[in-house]
Write a protein that binds this ligand. Sequence first.
Ligand code: GRG
Length: 296
Amino acid sequence: MIKEYLQARRTLVENRLEALMFRVDGPFKDIIEAMRYSLFAGGKRIRPILCVAAAEAITSDAELLDEILDIGCAIECIHTYSLIHDDLPAMDDDTLRRGKPTNHVLFGEATAILAGDGLLTFAFELLSSPAEKIGPAARLRIINLVAHAAGPEGMVGGQALDIAGENTDYPFTHLKTIHSSKTGALIKASIGAGAIGAGADRRQLDDLVHYGAAIGLAFQIVDDLLDATSTTEILGKSAGSDKVRGKATYPGYFGIEETRNRARSAVREATDALSGFGSEALQLRELAEYIQQRTY
Ligand code: GRG
């Protein structure tokens, strides 16, 4: 069931992104082509899917949910920018992503940097576009939340700590800071943005943000596990790269079995945070299980 749900939701996100994104046409077609290449390269779309699922735990208003889908699409643009920049020679220097050549391999470094910049900026154009249902106050809260999650105390800060920490020994608490900022912050913001857009009250928002923090952690623990145990073919990106780059990981601290236990307990914490919700949070519960069991 989760498989069909994910497939249907991915199609929904793909179609909406296609409708929102610039066409490869006119004087800017080269940069647009590079942006589109990574945006439509086969991502799992987990952030927009979580954004809409969080909103569905609060509302069933279809028009409102359509606007929340656009917010999820904006977050997917930010995520895609981060992957393009992460793969650059100055960062992880990767040539493979989602089973395809990375952006700079195909388009060159300067265009890849600009494609990332273009996607990040376009995300905020989307987030700030006026619409019918989500009023200016809620929209401003969402923009602020997403900007903070993507910025120097979120994803950018986590990436900076991650790079600075390569080949160094640091305490486990520092790894937690890196994971929660580099990966967790944008996942948590996807859920927070969906909840705010849907008009969540204080308690609902707190519970959903708690859920988001826990699955953000689970997502990164599983990422560490997959990097250590899976293959390049299955992952569509270089397996074993954490070890090659001298990165601290959960399996490095705890071994594979204990890392699996920790992923399970993060997912349990996430589903426990939803105890105040009924069947309207079913998809969020299933998404938490999927995050634990994902294979790529
Ligand atoms: C360059 C500012 C900047 C940040 C980069 C996201 C990130 C920070 C680096 C990616 C490195 C990495 C492997 C992070 C682990 C978790 C993660 C974000 C994996 C990729 O996300 P998925 O699995 O990717 O959602 P898809 O391909 O499905 O979109």
